[in-house]
Write a protein that binds this ligand. Structure first.
Ligand SMILES: Nc1nc2c(c(=O)[nH]1)N[C@H]1C(S)=C(S)[C@@H](COP(=O)(O)O)O[C@H]1N2
Ligand SMILES: [Mo]
Length: 236
């Protein structure tokens, strides 16, 4: 199986965790997907007509497995996660490219999620050979905690680019109409872990100290909210 975590040192400013907690911005702690069992992704932007892709469309793609590390911008990292799903590049080349009005001019991608989250990318970063749309984790179907029905996995980018519950993918020539969900300084357009692109304006190493104090509290909140969600969604 392909592994991209051969290097055993952690990226700058990161600290190892042995668990993989559900995590995110405070405003999404109680937001859950409406249809966690059903892939339905709206493709829009530089296309003549928006369209939807469901699990049948994904059957045209090769299934892949990959082991990679995960690096949250708040400085926790988790090693050796085994993801299963589809390469974003395969998704793009097979299901999207033909539908674009001007493929050569599309430079950015905006991903939207069932919980209201959204995040932006350089298309070129998503075409890397370790970027997946994943629907399994460690050999099990993806849970709601980690992004069901399908999530982005981009190990070279901070956790906040690894969108859970993907419901829309927009292909655009510029990001002028894009509004980040968090404060502006918190979203770097690329967010590459190796370059410590944690956010805009402030240097990455300052953000380490700004974010670290919130980690324990956020994990506790996210875990309690998920326990409540599970209690309310027990099968009859
Ligand atoms: N839809 C959605 N995706 C999201 C988030 C979110 O709140 N909503 N949080 C991001 C952040 S900040 C992190 S660190 C990772 C955490 O992934 P996990 O909950 O599977 O551990 O999800 C990212 N993707
Ligand atoms: Mo994060």
């Amino acid at each position: 199986m392909k592994s991209d975590n051969e290097d055993c040192s952690l990226p700058p400013g990161q600290q190892l965790r042995t668990d993989f907690p559900r995590f995110g911005l405070p405003q999404f702690v109680n937001r859950f997907p409406d249809t966690p069992d059903e892939i339905n992704i709206r493709i829009h932007g530089d296309v003549s007509e928006p369209f939807y892709l469901d699990s049948t469309a994904f059957e045209r793609l090769n299934k892949v497995q990959q082991i990679s590390d995960f690096h949250c911008v708040t400085t926790w990292s988790c090693r050796g996660l085994q993801w299963g799903g589809y390469l974003f590049s395969d998704f793009f080349n097979t299901l999207i490219a033909d539908q674009l009005i001007e493929a050569a001019s599309v430079k950015y991608v905006v991903i939207r999620c069932q919980d209201g989250y959204r995040v932006c990318f350089y298309l070129s970063d998503l075409m890397a050979d370790n970027v997946l749309l994943a629907n399994s984790l460690n050999g099990e179907p993806l849970t709601v905690a980690h992004g069901a029905p399908i999530r982005l996995v981009a190990p070279a980018l901070y956790g906040y680019k690894n969108a859970r519950h993907v419901s829309g993918v927009e292909f655009v020539q510029e990001l002028s109409g894009y509004k980040p969900v968090a404060l502006k300084f918190m979203e770097h357009p690329r967010a590459r872990v190796a370059y410590e692109e944690r956010g805009k304006v402030l240097p990455g190493w300052i953000l380490r100290y700004l974010y670290r104090p919130f980690v324990r509290y956020t994990i506790r909140k996210y875990s309690a909210a998920y326990n409540r969600y599970q209690a309310q969604n027990l099968p009859d």
